[in-house]
Write a protein that binds this ligand. Sequence first.
Ligand code: ATP
Ligand code: MG
Length: 212
Amino acid sequence: MITLALSKGRIFEETLPLLAKAGIVPLEEPEKSRKLIIATNRPDVRIIIVRATDVPTYVQHGAADLGVAGKDVLIEHSGAGLYQPIDLNIAKCRLCVAVKEGFDYQTAVKHGARLRVATKYVESAREHFARRGVHVDLIKLYGSMELAPLVGLADAIVDLVSTGATLKANKLVEVEDICEISSRLVVNQAALKMKYETLQPIIDVFAQAVEA
Ligand code: ATP
Ligand code: MG
């Protein structure tokens, strides 16, 4: 049995066409069904539905043989024990620094002020500000980062942005790009050895589909 870990929403939706090319079709939609284990047309392949941030954990421990995880999640997780053969070029966005409209970020940074930064991406943020030589107090949040500068919890946030509509709706502006984000295929290294004959063809089809 091959177990593939996916998160609901954009990762599931954007992985579907790649799975189809490998001849794998889920028999249920996670948005409609409450099931966390979804069978596919292939009796030897099943999909488990987990939180986006939990995908590397399931794969690392071998509870899933492979999965799809955002680079944002992989940076925070460290990715130890995970083989990351392919950038799938899906769920694309970027990690950036944003502040409230009217907050003079460049001046604050130049004057060496200690910046309060709220984020779910503590590791990425720590690395970014260290590289920039900016002193920060990081405040860990688990969602709705946009709110933090509006209610005085933080001066800035580090968050994922694609269109910028959410920032705009909350009167925030992007002041710095940190990195481009897309999702990668992650594979358990031991599983790849043990189940090479079933796993490698799936990896190959994904790789071809991405190149095409
Ligand atoms: P949860 O909602 O369970 O807290 P999450 O918000 O990280 O987790 P998703 O919103 O499904 O889950 O995001 C999954 C992945 O998709 C992220 O890890 C990231 O790589 C990518 N992603 C997040 N936001 C966007 C976006 N606005 N546009 C494109 N890709 C995104
Ligand atoms: Mg989300």
